[in-house]
Design a protein around this ligand. Structure first.
Ligand code: PGA
Length: 253
């Protein structure tokens, strides 16, 4: 038995205008009004954060951003600082999502800087790691993940990382309808925990929540959550519809 509280997270990616985001968040808050035994967060686009923050205030739903820039302020056109996210009501921030790594040149070094900036501003980073299809086929899954985790968390102490959340998202399972089997997810989550244990000790490794992400749906969430090292889910497509997402949150029912 572990005492890790499950976290179900919704990554809305580049979907929903401000009115659409407010509407979705409002419906979700209603659907989850009786939810108490689980943490829930949603990550709307930057433009909708402040308005969605008003909608979810006082509910079980916390707010997350999908990215941040590590500088406090300055001439960085188009970037968003950690303090801006805090002032918009964010508690979490997703960092190093595979789409950021793939399309926006995110690297393990920039992931590391962003995680540091999140901690410095009391935001909870959700650090994403995952292997591509080619890397899995060439049997490099573990070496790729080992590098992403070690470089992304370089120079942190176990004390710094107490609030860290990790999301294992195999790139081949994101938005493809191909989910890792619960056994495949468990195998990787267990491996990630062992890497954390070697670098930061047993107590931290046991306390960090590791989410699974990649085509999570209402019909596969219970099986994934039954795995001992799966502590929650980072949900993309299925988080856009409040009914569907609330079924994932209520996976025990
Ligand atoms: P998906 O996305 O659930 O649509 O596969 C997951 C993610 O990218 O976080």
């Amino acid at each position: 038995m572990t005492n890790r509280r499950p976290l179900i997270a919704g990554n809305w990616k580049m979907f929903k205008t401000c009115p659409e985001a407010v509407e979705t968040a409002g419906q979700l808050v209603k659907l989850l009004s009786m939810t108490t035994d689980i943490d829930v967060m949603i990550a709307p686009p930057f433009t909708a954060l402040a308005q969605v923050s008003d909608v979810v205030r006082g509910s079980c739903v916390s707010l997350s951003a999908q990215n941040l820039f590590w500088e406090a302020q300055g001439a960085f056109t188009g970037e968003i600082s950690p303090a801006m996210l805090v002032s918009a009501g964010c508690k979490y921030v997703i960092i190093g999502h595979s789409e950021r790594r793939q399309y926006f040149n995110e690297t393990d070094e920039t992931v590391n800087r962003r995680i540091k900036a999140a901690f410095d501003n009391d935001l909870i980073p959700v650090m994403c790691v995952g292997e591509s299809e080619k890397e899995r086929e060439s049997k490099n899954t573990f070496s790729v993940l080992d590098k992403q985790l070690k470089m992304g968390l370089e120079d942190f102490s176990s004390d710094d990382l107490k609030r860290l959340v990790i999301a294992y998202e195999p790139v081949w399972a994101i938005g493809t309808g191909k989910t890792a089997t619960s056994e495949q997810a468990q195998e990787v989550h267990k491996f990630l925990r062992s890497v954390l244990e070697k670098s930061f000790g047993n107590i931290l490794a046991k306390s960090i929540r590791i989410l699974y992400g990649g085509s999570v749906k209402p019909n596969n969430i219970a099986e994934l959550m039954a795995m001992p090292d799966v502590d929650g889910a980072l949900v993309g497509g299925a988080s856009l519809d409040p009914e569907t997402f609330s079924k994932i949150v209520h996976f025990r029912e």
